[in-house]
Design a protein around this ligand. Structure first.
Ligand code: SF4
Length: 234
């Protein structure tokens, strides 16, 4: 690292301030309902946020709980999603709701392993549910966050990024901080980076991205148990 841990408090302060002024406002960011977070994050995988935003209110006004979604008419669900290009998500999503009802009594689990045992739920979604839905401080790392921490501190291992984020969480509020990492990575520390608009300019090591070396966590389910392995990012 170019900078030591002494910059952490200032980094957190600047990030929280930047997020208050520039962070994206989505309807799911105003809730702490783990079911809403789980469904939304599932839909956000490979789907633009504005598309998910258009479906948000109609989806959650009809399906307020895992039980509602598990008993949804699949034709109705597909119809709701088809105009948004999410047609193929309908069945997978209903299966997740069915698993919540059957295995977890209609509750969204509060531990990583149980969440990862749900088909279609990976490390990112499970972490988002814990952090934003259950309020359990958990790093939420996507490729944009990896790029940010690569540039800031030269890190290429998701495990190391998560360790560092956990330390940063102790200096602030883990919910806005996690959203700030996600938004800064998506909006400012882009390819190429917009350092002139970045609140972290001056604190940042500006290490060149080593995308080919990134190792991100993937779940492997073996004999009903979940293992987490770092694998090269695709
Ligand atoms: S200063 Fe530049 S490289 Fe560093 S985090 Fe900000 S945008 Fe990224």
């Amino acid at each position: 690292m170019v900078h030591g841990e002494d910059v952490f408090p200032e980094l957190v302060r600047r990030l929280e301030d930047w997020f208050r002024k520039h962070g994206r406002r989505f309807p799911w960011r105003g809730t702490r309902d783990p079911f809403v977070i789980l469904v939304t994050e599932f839909l956000l995988q490979r789907t633009r946020a504005d598309v998910v935003e258009r479906a948000f209110h109609s989806l959650f006004s009809r399906y307020k709980s895992p039980e509602d979604l598990a008993s949804a008419d699949i034709g109705e669900l597909r119809e709701l999603f088809s105009g948004l290009g999410l047609f193929y998500r309908a069945e997978r999503l209903r299966n997740i709701a069915l698993a919540l009802v059957k295995r977890y009594g209609g509750q969204v689990p509060r531990d990583l392993e149980s969440l990862l045992l749900l088909k279609g739920v990976g490390v990112y979604i499970a972490s988002a549910v814990l952090n934003f839905g259950h309020g359990i401080p958990t790093p939420v790392v996507d490729r944009n966050v990896m790029r940010l921490f690569n540039r800031l501190f030269g890190l290429t291992s998701e495990r190391r990024v998560r360790d560092l984020i956990e330390r940063l969480y102790t200096l602030g509020d883990h919910v806005p901080l996690a959203y700030a990492f996600i938004d800064l990575g998506a909006m400012v520390c882009t390819e190429p980076p917009r350092c002139q608009s970045c609140p972290l300019d001056g604190l940042c090591g500006k290490y060149p991205p080593r995308k080919g070396e990134w190792r991100m966590l993937r779940k492997v389910v073996l004999g009903g148990r979940v293992l987490l392995r770092e694998q090269p990012a695709k």
